[in-house]
Design a protein around this ligand. Structure first.
Ligand code: PLP
Length: 412
């Protein structure tokens, strides 16, 4: 089917939830994707932090093939090896004790909300409250939406579940004032993603540790986007030296297949007993086999250290651009989770980059967000910075380097 036809049928048959860009992708390899006309793009969207080991990593593809020929699915009424092996690996990596597998980031948040409430009820908290942060994003299901601190996502979906309070991010005083005897947990993204790439400050993370110490609240770190090497450490919490009671993973975990995970300290995890929670597909053998292969690739190929190294080079190069173009307000982020805040909406810049063979995403209206596969090197970063320079020059009418189409070097 031709690209235009795919887009036309998509508009006819799919619900309009995504406002897709006019681009039909058919193939991916490493950090590059190809459209239906065989044009190649450098992919700095990275499936919004899913494709961390690159598109179609051969070991992930092989693991999927192998597992799918043996056991595609079987009910959680029985034991099977892939989720058990994956759980052991994640426990060893994170230092937490027990895992519940689900299928997405939103589901991981839902499960965590239930776990926190169950634990709180056993601690005698009758009106447990969850604190989360303004600009946060925790997913689209009702509980995760209620935790999300952005009104625009709530519009039209009232009534949302009660028991959530949103306070400013990186504001330790607001945190200390908000916590009380009914506070069950604080949900936080160590680096806010959808909200515009805002890393937590070390002081704020220390404040979180303090409220846990004083009030026995649980710290739930939503590392759905910033976890698994993205920030240059396996888990973003390692930058701060504050370990969560509950850690949420999804996105990159499956190497491209859907899977989410809730990791918890043993004492907290014990609040869930048979029947407390469940998921038909949670711990699916193929997703878990893919996740194990992706984790192996992440470690064996040194991608976490690469994210730190290339991320700081990329940040420095973006800061050079910020010095040249006054419409860039700020460069933020950690590792290969970087944001470039503009003084205007970023969608036109996204289109100008796409026309030059670069895929980037705009979030929070004005923030260009870079979430490339963690295998990119300085060569790709230089290519991206050169394209951005041209696109920015065109956007501000000739300032800096000239416009013109960047040659798409790679054709399949
Ligand atoms: C921090 C965070 N939590 C949760 C989610 C929801 O994940 P999913 O889209 O897999 O439900 C996202 C998605 O962007 C996210 O960035």
């Amino acid at each position: 089917m031709r690209g235009e036809e795919i887009a036309r049928l998509g508009r006819q048959y799919l619900m309009e939830t995504y406002a897709q860009l006019p681009l039909v992708l058919v193939k991916g390899e490493g950090a590059r994707v190809w459209d239906a006309e065989n044009n190649c793009y450098l992919d700095f969207v990275g499936g919004l932090a899913v494709n961390s080991v690159g598109h179609c990593h051969p070991q992930v593809v092989a693991a999927i093939r192998e597992q799918s020929e043996r056991l595609l699915h079987c009910s959680n009424l029985y034991w099977f090896a892939p989720p058990v092996e994956l759980a052991r690996e994640l426990v060893n990596l994170s230092g937490l004790d027990r895992i519940f597998f689900c299928n997405s980031g939103a589901e991981a948040n839902e499960a965590a909300i239930k776990l926190v409430r169950k634990y709180a009820s056993e601690q005698g908290k009758e009106n447990p409250e969850i604190i989360s942060f303004i600009r946060s994003f925790h997913g689209r299901t009702l509980g995760a939406l209620a935790a999300t601190g952005q009104e625009k996502f709530w519009e039209g979906f009232a009534p949302l579940p009660k028991g959530f309070r949103h306070i400013p991010f990186n504001d330790t005083r607001a945190l200390l004032e908000a916590v009380n005897s009914q506070t069950a947990a604080v949900f936080v993204e160590p680096v806010q993603g959808e909200g515009g790439v805002h890393p937590a400050t070390p002081e704020f993370m220390n404040g979180l540790a303090q409220v846990r110490e004083r009030h026995g609240v649980l710290l739930v770190f939503d590392e759905v986007q910033c976890g698994l090497g993205r920030t240059g450490k396996m888990f973003a919490f390692e930058h701060y030296g504050v370990k969560p009671d509950i850690l949420l993973l999804a996105k990159a975990l499956g190497g491209g297949l859907p899977i989410g995970a809730v990791l918890a300290r043993a004492e907290v995890a014990a609040a869930f007993r048979p029947g407390s929670h469940g998921s038909t597909f949670g711990g699916n053998p193929v997703s878990c086999a893919a996740a194990r292969a992706a984790l192996r690739a992440l470690q064996e190929e040194g991608l976490v250290a690469n994210a730190a190294r290339v991320g700081s080079y990329f940040k420095a190069r973006l800061e050079e651009l910020a010095r040249r173009f006054s419409l860039i307000r700020e460069i933020r982020g950690l590792g290969l989770m970087l944001g470039m805040e503009l003084d205007r909406p970023g969608q036109r810049l996204v289109a100008l980059c796409q026309a030059r063979g670069l895929l980037v995403n705009c979030t929070a209206e004005r923030v260009l967000r870079f979430l490339p596969p963690l295998l990119v090197g300085k060569r790709e970063v230089d290519e991206v910075v050169s394209i951005l320079g041209e696109a920015l020059a065109e956007l501000c009418g000739g300032e800096g380097e000239g416009g013109g189409r960047h040659a798409r070097a790679d054709k399949a």
